[in-house]
Design a protein around this ligand. Structure first.
Ligand SMILES: Cc1ncc(C[n+]2csc(CCOP(=O)(O)OP(=O)(O)O)c2C)c(N)n1
Length: 398
């Protein structure tokens, strides 16, 4: 990543009054700090319910309590995994602290038949898909490559190659379209794909190619970008001169910016975008405006490139506390409920701590198993050579 203090790397925004259209410095000015006037919100950081002309929605008390529970559990997965990495039990962990609402809102908007293409940070979406978090921990412990069957959960494998999954998602969506799983009017059959990616990924060629293919073929895909303001040490200001969601128009499909710390708004907007796709109306770009409160991963030290004041101001927009405030203020949940959820999170934490240490180490010879459907003579030779080498040590490799 470039040195964030190197201001020479960032050219000045275009000048005003050039006669070439809107003043981009104004479009991407200070108003962007809080998401700007276009931010779709249904629950303010203070926990006040607000309404939106296009994306209004009523939620049952049960749904609201469900969102709260999901977010608390997902945060516990995150804090527990961070601690496990610090104890040397995981090789690395990609934190999602602060992004719980964006992920739970998007994850709960899915129908079982929809398919998810995640990044490496979609632990909250994985939770909503019913994936045991221990399966994620196996990957971060390095004992497997992601030990879940994507077809079982309709949740693809974590993708480290930034943005690559947007192309996979678009291709998969085009396949669904050709299989006749789109626009039939049958809510049990019509399906959509959601591709998750970050603000940094929006600069990748793969992502822009995915946009073009999706637009050209009207693919049933939702491009769900969590703009958490940082791509490791690279700030959003270096990725784009305009609000990210506005890029969609240039590709020929709608884009919206939702408050990614507002689980209600994220749910409502994602559900509408998924439905558009299932109905055969093509792709949508959803920019979930949020903030990565933790580090990029456990190998990163964000104090080297960002201001603690920014982190403090985003803590006031915490996704969980605003739902808690709303539930309490409206008498929709009592202290027994909050105690129950806290207890459930403690149990999950204990299960993860014990479970991760019990994950079996892979057998060294397993690396030969999933290379080809039918092995080759050369590979068999390498296998036997490696087996002999392992046999030269005490103990069995079997
Ligand atoms: C093709 C590719 N280039 C570079 C990297 C190294 N890399 C890992 S994460 C990351 C930043 C991604 O930022 P963003 O897309 O905003 O997602 P976030 O991690 O903030 O969720 C980079 C550059 C990579 N994994 N793949």
């Amino acid at each position: 990543m470039s040195d964030p203090t190197d201001s020479a790397a960032a050219p000045a925004p275009p000048q005003t009054g050039s006669g070439f259209g809107p003043d981009l410095a104004e479009v991407f000015g200070p108003s962007q700090q809080d998401g700007g006037p276009e931010l779709i919100q249904l629950l303010t950081p203070e926990g006040e319910r607000v309404h939106h002309p296009d994306f209004d929605m009523e939620f049952t008390p049960e749904q609201l309590r469900g969102f709260y529970r999901d977010m608390v559990m997902v945060r516990r997965i995150d804090t527990e995994s961070t601690a496990l990495q610090r104890h040397g039990e995981l090789g690395i962990w990609a934190q999602l602290l602060g992004q719980e609402a964006a992920q739970v809102g998007a994850g709960r908007a899915l129908r079982p038949q929809d398919f998810v293409f995640p990044t490496y940070r979609e632990h909250g979406v994985a939770w909503c898909r019913g994936l045991d978090p221990l399966k994620l921990l196996g990957l971060f412990r390095g004992v497997d490559h992601g030990d879940w069957d994507p077809e079982e959960y309709n949740f693809g494998l974590y993708t480290i190659v930034i943005g690559a999954q947007t192309l996979h998602a678009t291709g998969y969506a085009m396949g669904m379209q050709r299989d006749g799983a789109v626009g039939t009017g049958d809510p049990e059959r019509d399906a959509a794909v959601i591709a998750h990616f970050g603000d940094g990924a929006s600069s990748q060629g793969d992502v822009n190619e995915a946009f073009i293919f999706a637009a050209s073929y009207n693919a049933p895909v939702v491009f769900f970008c969590q703009n958490n303001q940082w791509a490791i040490s690279e700030p959003i200001e270096r990725q784009t001169r305009i609000p990210l969601y506005q890029r969609a128009l240039g590709f020929g499909f709608p884009g919206v910016r939702v408050d990614g710390n507002d689980v209600l708004a994220t749910y409502a907007v994602t559900q509408a975008a998924l439905q558009r796709a299932r109905d055969g109306q093509g792709p949508t770009f959803v920019e979930a405006y949020t903030y990565r409160m933790g580090a990029h991963t456990t190998t990163d030290d964000p104090t080297r490139y960002r201001l603690s004041g920014d982190v403090e101001s985003w803590k006031l927009k915490d996704p969980i506390s605003r739902v808690e405030a709303y539930l309490r203020r409206n008498g929709l949940a009592d202290s027994a409920f909050f105690g129950e959820v806290a207890g459930e999170a403690d149990d999950l934490g204990a299960r993860l701590r014990d479970g991760v240490k019990a994950l079996p180490d892979p057998r060294p010879l397993d690396i030969f198993d999933a290379v080809y459907d039918e092995t080759t003579d050369e590979l068999r030779e390498q296998h036997d050579e490696f087996a002999a080498y392992l046999d030269s040590f005490e103990g069995s490799h079997a």
